[in-house]
Design a protein. Structure first.
Length: 371
């Protein structure tokens, strides 16, 4: 009933998404899930549009940008950053000044400064959904990609406040957590929290994998910590090319700060290794302070650890025992694994009461359970 009521309201009856890949396609699916009668127009390469229509991601595919944005209520630019910059002048000349235009680029200051020039009525609102996947393209699109994800909006002094409120409320209905951030602060913050980690992962992988004399021959020995820290090292450069160029100044600041900290650690190792204890303590405290909600959960979770033997069906037996007791697992993560022996899983629940109940159920089922 709730979904039908929301679909009747149709805050944006016609929506055009330019770039129907992972992000654009997932947005379309999320919109369709909440507003099934919204007419969604996709603009991309013919092959992409054909596949998007086969998956019922869009209602109509139009390759012409001018035709795709005509008489639409919301335009979402879901292309790489360099394409967004080239699209802004074109979109401004062939769309209504009442149409809200937004983007999903991960660099904001360059985009919003250009948009302020071409959208004097304040109908452009910079956006950056903090979500993604190791996969790409329309076939990887999923309606739940944005659920509980932080969605940053970067309005400027020229942004129409009514337009901002309208877009913000719409995104919240899609189950995103909307946050407002000035574009310059966005670029500085994301450089440290996203762009620097990417370069650090690439550097670590290349250092151990090709520059270190012995480790490069024994990469199979890389344990959980190494694998966790280098997970994003496989990200394709084509995705990062625009970001590294357009946010170069802020990325260099973060890199220089990181290099300075690493240099101080090198000095401590040779002169006073015990001085690193304080760094470890500070790191642990800061890491613990990051809200679990930033992983996509609206409230803090309660964890327990469970050892599972490396035998077929053991994980199914664990989840089955909890399902039988009607206990919902909110998050599950494999922490450590020993081949042919077993692994330790971290299970998360939405309250201490449920976590204690889960421990009791699993212990009774014969599992080794920790706190």
């Amino acid at each position: 009933m709730l979904m039908k009521q929301k679909s009747k309201q149709l805050p944006f009856p016609r929506i055009t998404i330019i770039g129907v890949g992972l992000i654009g396609g997932s947005l379309a699916l999320a919109i369709k899930r909440r507003f099934p009668t919204t007419h969604i127009i996709g603009s991309d390469k013919p092959a992409v549009l054909k596949r998007a229509q086969q998956r019922n991601v869009i209602d109509e595919g139009i390759t012409s940008i001018t035709r795709a944005v005509a008489n639409t209520d919301l335009i979402i630019l879901a292309t790489p950053v360099s394409s967004i910059l080239s699209l802004i002048p074109q979109i401004s000349s062939c769309s209504s000044p009442e149409t809200i235009v937004t983007d999903v680029g991960s660099v904001k200051q360059t985009i919003t400064e250009l948009a302020d020039m071409f959208f004097p009525n304040g109908n452009f609102i910079g956006g950056h959904p903090m979500t993604g996947s190791e996969f790409s393209g329309i076939d990887a699109a999923h309606p739940l990609l944005f659920q509980n994800a932080v969605y940053l909006l970067t309005p400027t002094k020229k942004t129409n406040k009514q337009h901002f409120t309208r877009l913000s409320q719409f995104l919240k209905i899609l189950d995103t957590r909307v946050m407002q951030l000035p574009a310059a602060e966005h670029d500085s913050t994301i450089a440290a929290l996203s762009h620097l980690p990417q370069l650090a992962a690439v550097a670590l992988m290349n250092t151990a994998g090709s520059k270190h004399r012995t480790a490069s021959k024994r990469l199979a020995l890389g344990a959980g910590g190494f694998r966790d820290m280098t997970r994003i090292a496989s990200s394709p450069y084509t995705f990062w090319d625009d970001i590294l160029k357009l946010n170069q100044q802020e990325i260099r600041k973060s890199l220089n700060l990181y290099i300075k900290v690493l240099s101080s650690y090198e000095h401590s190792l040779s002169s006073h290794p015990a001085a690193l204890e304080k760094e470890f303590q500070t790191s642990r405290r800061l890491r613990t302070s990051i809200p679990r909600s930033m992983k996509g959960f609206l409230s803090p979770l309660v964890d327990i650890s469970v050892y599972v033997d490396d035998n077929p069906g053991q994980l199914a037996r664990l989840t089955g025992a909890l399902a039988k007791a009607k206990i919902n697992i909110k998050d599950l993560e494999l922490l450590k694994v020993r081949e042919h022996r077993g692994g330790t899983f971290r299970l998360s629940f939405d309250s201490h009461r449920v976590a204690e109940q889960a421990k009791h159920v699993l212990h009774r089922a014969g599992f080794e359970v920790g706190s």
